[in-house]
Design a protein around this ligand. Structure first.
Ligand SMILES: Nc1ncnc2c1ncn2[C@@H]1O[C@H](COP(=O)(O)OP(=O)(O)OP(=O)(O)O)[C@@H](O)[C@H]1O
Length: 275
């Protein structure tokens, strides 16, 4: 059964609060649920010659539990993509700020990190060659050749039938290409999926397909999914918890059906204008 998501501002952990860390805890109603990602005082400034760049992420701290779908929403420029990109080192977070299963991601081999933590972007970019070539790409990098059957299985998982196997990128709609990109990511057997507005360029049917796949991945494989979306409705359909990001800080963590209870003035304004 899907966890009953609820949120608490961490009065539970006074030591952490005293240390100024982990003020926000995502609690999914199971006390011993493992933390998949621990983000601890993550800060990023834009680069400037005088060293005094603008703050993009501002001491962000949050624990992401295993096997949940976390929605990340917030105004444009609030740092959502920057946060996602830190989690598989598309930019290097400072040491001691991002932990996967308790390991500082800076200490992990970057390619194996990216296999474990797959990412899907707003617009799919397929490599040259067939759909099957694309799906085989990741495992091939680590010396593993997927059989045709493996490829068919992955296509099915991503909601595509066998007729797509030999097609090339130019023969696909954006929605179909996004599902191929998903199959290609899933070929690496990731434990976490980072999704940066994965359906914003898709029609409602393709969107429904992708959302269905994500829910299945969570339920059947216990995958942890962190999804940035501008669609409050989408977040309400599939997320277990929602992080509201404003000016590089997570200002609220709420259940999707409790978004109207947000207290932060900017978060409230954003939610009012988005609904
Ligand atoms: N490498 C960089 N150098 C300088 N500034 C950057 C860099 N990357 C992002 N920014 C700035 O950081 C801020 C946050 O950007 P980010 O793309 O993370 O926001 P976002 O919340 O995902 O926005 P959107 O919803 O519009 O996609 C923006 O002001 C952006 O211009």
């Amino acid at each position: 059964m899907a966890p009953q998501a609820h949120f608490s501002l961490s009065e539970e952990n006074e030591e952490d609060v005293a240390a100024g860390e982990h003020l926000l805890v995502i609690n999914v109603g199971e006390a011993d649920r493992d933390v998949k990602f621990r983000i601890q005082n993550l800060t990023k400034k834009s680069e400037s010659r005088d060293g005094g760049g603008a703050t993009i992420l501002n001491g962000l701290s949050v624990d992401i539990p295993k096997g949940v779908i976390v929605g990340v929403i917030g105004p444009s420029g609030s740092g959502k993509s920057t946060l996602l990109r830190a989690l598989n080192r598309l930019w290097e977070p400072p040491a001691g700020t991002v932990f996967l299963d308790g390991h500082d991601i800076r200490d992990l081999d970057v390619l194996s990190l990216r296999r474990k933590v797959g990412m899907l972007f707003q617009l799919p970019v397929l490599f040259e060659g067939t759909v099957a070539d694309n799906v085989r790409y990741g495992p091939q990098l680590s010396g593993k050749k997927l059989t045709d059957k493996d490829v068919y299985k992955l296509l099915t998982l991503a909601g595509l039938d066998s007729s797509f196997f030999s097609k090339t990128g130019s023969e696909l709609s954006v929605g179909q290409a996004q599902r191929v990109a998903l199959a290609r990511t899933l070929a690496n057997s990731p434990e976490v999926l980072l999704l940066d507005e994965p359906t914003s360029a898709l029609d409602p049917i393709s969107t429904e397909h992708i959302e269905g796949v994500l829910e299945k991945l969570k339920k059947k494989r216990g995958m942890t999914i962190i999804m940035v979306s501008h669609s409050i409705k989408q977040i309400q359909r599939i997320a277990d918890v929602v992080c509201l990001l404003v000016n590089g800080e997570i200002v609220e963590v709420l259940k999707p059906d409790k978004l109207s209870e947000a207290k932060h003035p900017m978060a409230l304004r954003f939610l009012q204008l988005s609904s």
